[in-house]
Design a protein around this ligand. Sequence first.
Ligand code: SF4
Length: 134
Amino acid sequence: MIKKETINIKRSLCNACGKCAQECYTGAIEVLGQPMGIDDLLEEVKKDSVIYRQSHGGVTISGGEPLLYPAFNGRLLKALKDEAISVGVDTCGYVPWINIEHLLPYIDFFSLGYQTYGPGKTQGIDRCLQRANP
Ligand code: SF4
């Protein structure tokens, strides 16, 4: 009998440190993207300033769930506003109101998405949002 070994990752405990990617000998786990600070991000975004002006476009922050990181995104959103760059946030909305409230002055629009699998299924989502934002 062949014993099957598996490695399970508890995603709920993952803090995205990336050490598993460094140790993964098959290359099955890899880190995509690169860490960037606010200044680096702003410089990257500003490369497209002409396009934003001509198209009346801007930056949409998405994720994952961007509103789970209100401190970092608050600094980024403020920096973008200081540069007069329009900002949208793509969110499921399933975060505490306090995560949203202090970002409101810097957000021009929200794209609120939710997933549903049939008629009447949004009731569960509504209840989740009410629990998150009583
Ligand atoms: S090693 Fe780091 S990135 Fe990989 S699963 Fe564990 S906590 Fe997450």
